[in-house]
Design a protein around this ligand. Structure first.
Ligand code: NI
Length: 138
């Protein structure tokens, strides 16, 4: 039997959306208030979706305690109460702009690296209750 399990998680973090070879006015035109040079915060919510075959012996798809621990170690400890531009490796030195899209992708990569490859993995990231992204795209 194929099924999906979900785990919700949450972190608060600061960011600034910015393209370094544009001036502040041009950045503000593209990114609006998210380009504030002094940064600002979001309450990020996420849903981690794991899909695969139920183990006939245990009746489990995945032990959700293990998934919870992966999220804690590889996402929450990395992003929670951090300045994403300055403190999260993938975004440091303007390597990547910390949009919801890119943060979602980085979370997927970090969890994909530790999750058993027999599972499919999808990340949904809410930057606000009404604005959210999902990777991989469905
Ligand atoms: Ni923002």
């Amino acid at each position: 039997m194929r099924i999906s399990a979900f785990r919700k998680a949450h972190f608060n973090a600061a960011h600034r959306l910015h393209i370094s070879n544009l001036n502040d006015e041009e950045n503000a035109r593209i990114f609006g208030s998210c380009s504030n040079p002094l940064y600002h915060g979001h309450n990020y919510d996420m849903e981690v979706k794991v899909t695969g075959e139920v183990d006939p012996r245990t009746g489990y798809l995945i032990d959700l305690k293990i998934l919870k621990d992966y999220i804690k170690e590889h996402v929450e400890n990395v992003f929670d109460h951090k300045n994403i531009n300055l403190e999260v490796e993938e975004f440091m030195d303007e390597k990547m702009n910390p949009t919801a899209e890119n943060i979602c992708y980085v979370i997927w990569k970090r969890l994909r690296a530790v999750l058993d490859e027999k599972f499919e993995l999808t990340i949904r990231l809410y930057e606000t209750p009404r604005n959210y992204v999902e990777y991989p795209a469905s």
